[in-house]
Design a protein around this ligand. Structure first.
Ligand SMILES: Cc1cc2nc3c(=O)[nH]c(=O)nc-3n(C[C@H](O)[C@H](O)[C@H](O)COP(=O)(O)O)c2cc1C
Length: 192
């Protein structure tokens, strides 16, 4: 194994509630995004954007999360609204993942653009790990809400994929169910 394969295989998502301070500084976030920019991208369409939410903007985002909850259920309880707000405050760093998918691109069909978004995001997660941080991607129904779409200024073809929550975690990571390589690797031959 190489160091990079070790880093890849050791990656585990950690619950945002357990992702403590310190989080990445802006230079470290820029390094993660530099890694994201190295992802494969057919046609150089750059379908991914990462939007960093600084700590002093989290409270404003929390209000948008509460508005998104009310949008889905105008009878939401105070407890539900507080829970929604807390989700914008969890972790020591927060980065929104934005995708723009061109449905009619003549070079790269939508599935290739989505793969580019996923590859960029995975590069970002692995770069975060290599800088000593843990992460988890979260989305939830709120990402398609009018409130969040307006807050992130999304237009036609833009998708708010979710958020990468980042932070420091010193505890044990649980073993995760992963496929065995043999389950997803096969050999092709002309008689297949
Ligand atoms: C685009 C995307 C959105 C996700 N949204 C959520 C979510 O809202 N809540 C959640 O618990 N897990 C979500 N996940 C899954 C976790 O990020 C994580 O991958 C999963 O818990 C498995 O853990 P692992 O990454 O350690 O294998 C999402 C994953 C992706 C790729």
């Amino acid at each position: 194994m190489t160091a990079i394969i070790d880093t890849i295989c050791a990656r585990r998502s950690i619950s945002p509630k357990r992702l403590g301070y310190p989080g990445p500084n802006i230079e470290q976030v820029a390094e993660m995004v530099r890694a994201a920019c190295a992802a494969p991208d057919h046609g150089n369409l750059a379908p991914t954007r990462f939007i960093y939410i600084p700590d002093d903007a989290r409270q404003s985002l929390a209000e948008v999360f509460a508005a998104a909850t009310l949008e889905r259920n105008s009878d939401s309880s105070q407890e539900e609204l507080e829970d929604a707000k807390q989700r914008a405050m969890n972790g020591a760093g927060l980065i929104a993942i934005w995708a723009h998918i061109d449905e009619n691109n003549p070079i790269a069909p939508p599935h290739e653009q989505w793969i580019a978004v996923g590859a960029a995001t995975q590069n970002l997660l692995l770069a975060a790990n290599s800088l000593g941080f843990h992460t988890k991607i979260v989305s939830g129904g709120r990402v398609t809400s009018k409130s969040l779409r307006a807050a992130f200024n999304l237009g036609d073809g833009d998708v708010l994929v979710g958020f990468v929550v980042l932070g420091t975690y010193a505890g044990q990571t649980k073993k995760r169910l992963r496929p065995e390589p043999g389950e997803i690797l096969s050999l092709w031959g002309p008689d297949i």
